[in-house]
Design a protein around this ligand. Structure first.
Ligand code: ASP
Ligand code: MG
Length: 413
């Protein structure tokens, strides 16, 4: 008998029939003697619809208007509120005592950054009491309450984060994330049919996988799981009894291959400033204004200067930030003093990830050789202790991922 958190994603609660199926999975845990908090997403497609409405409302008046982010949150948080009520109704009808909890009722306290707020605490005193009393708590994911008692949301995919934060907040023994895939794979199985499901993955690796493009879990949810050491499982709503992947401590993984997984992201853009002066203060002049414009610069390369006077500098950001980044650079053209600027969004980032890399030399070399053999040019490289990322032309992403998956012996037999 334990207190557990269960989370169901959008496809798992896409209609009433599926909500009924989810209710049977919850009921099963209750019958095993567990105390349960369930966190739900909006029904598949709902959040997209709500987001589109906020844009229509604002642009219907002024073509360039951006919706007020606080009211945006009120609208987009509604999807999860609906599912929480529907699941509570279903559970009660099945004879399982349950009630819904909106983010502000729990409360899930967040920062004031509407649209992508960070969870700051989940006191949950009353909800904990209700759970201990045998009532299933059905929590609306994705939403919280910001200072000033305003409804906030956690950024797209945020109900994963709600689930892990609720699990930590109520001291749950584990957090089970039910989704439409049966675990975390060595890479995207749509690109590599021979991708394998991982039994276990270290928190650190999952953090890299998520932030480098794997879509299974919101990055922030992995951070919270790692910080609070919440044993978190990813499993399928449709085949709950087979498979699954456990996020755990590195020490709990016996076989550490050099590379555990391969991630990719197409959401990349590259900007090059040509002939910037090669002298102190230039990077500060470039990256200061970018930070002020809210651009998250990812990879950076600066070439050695041939003439000792000027050099080229390349960096990447997300495609959504490209326009803002170019505007910030143009505005500060006088301070930066570049000769010209070029940019492209036809790039993608491919990364190899593994804690085993720390103990195996030559891991990056195999990546470079493998890409070279396929005739793929590497434009930018960045590394950390447990990952190597390369920026390449977008058209080669699938080829690169497949080749690397074989090279690191990750293909299923
Ligand atoms: N419904 C929200 C979204 O679609 C949150 C989530 O599903 O995790 O982004
Ligand atoms: Mg999701």
């Amino acid at each position: 008998m334990a207190t557990i958190a269960m989370k169901f994603g959008g496809t798992s609660v896409a209609d009433i029939e599926r909500i009924r199926h989810v209710a049977t999975l919850v009921k099963r845990e209750v019958e095993r003697g567990n105390k349960v908090a369930v966190v739900v997403s909006a029904m598949a497609g709902e959040t997209n619809k709500l987001v589109a409405w906020t844009n229509d409302a604002a642009r219907g008046i002024n073509n360039l208007a951006i919706p007020d982010q606080r009211e945006y949150d009120v609208v987009v948080a509604a999807g999860e509120q609906i599912t929480s009520g529907l699941l509570a109704i279903t559970l009660n009808a099945m004879g399982v005592k349950a009630r819904s909890w909106a983010g502000w009722q729990v409360p899930i306290n967040t920062s004031a950054v509407h649209g992508s707020a960070r969870i700051e605490g989940v006191p949950a005193t009353e909800m904990k009491r209700a759970i201990e009393g045998g009532e299933v708590a059905v929590v609306a994911g994705f939403q919280g309450v910001a200072p000033g008692v305003r409804i906030s949301t956690l950024g797209r995919g945020g109900s994963d984060t709600s689930a892990v934060a609720v699990a930590a907040g109520i001291g749950a023994a584990r957090c089970d994330i039910y989704t439409d895939v049966d675990g975390v794979y060595t890479t995207d199985p749509r690109i590599v049919p021979k991708a394998r499901r991982l039994e276990k993955i270290a928190y650190e690796e999952m953090l890299e996988m998520a932030s480098l493009g794997a879509k299974v879990l919101q990055t922030r949810s992995v951070e919270i799981a790692m910080l609070h050491r919440v044993p978190t499982r990813v499993l399928s709503t449709f085949t709950p009894d087979v498979g699954g992947t456990l996020l755990c401590d590195e020490e709990d993984i016996v076989e550490k291959k050099p590379v555990t997984g391969i991630a990719y992201s197409r959401d990349e853009a590259k900007i090059t400033l040509h002939k910037v002066p090669d002298k102190p203060g230039v990077s500060a002049a470039i990256f200061g204004p970018l930070a002020d414009a809210g651009v998250n610069v990812d990879m950076i390369v600066q070439n050695v200067s041939e003439d000792g006077e000027t050099t080229d500098l390349t960096f990447t950001c997300t495609r959504g930030e490209l326009t803002r980044a170019l505007a910030a650079i143009e505005t500060h053209a006088k301070d930066i003093r570049y000769r010209s600027v070029t940019h492209t969004a036809d790039v993608a980032k491919v990364s190899i990830i593994g804690i085993g890399m720390r103990a195996h030399p030559g891991v990056a070399q195999l990546m470079f050789r493998t890409l070279a053999e396929k005739g793929i040019n590497i434009e930018v490289i960045s590394t950390s202790e447990i990952k190597v990322s390369v920026l390449i032309a977008e058209e080669y992403v699938e080829l690169a991922v497949r080749a690397l998956h074989s090279a690191y012996e990750l293909d299923a037999a």
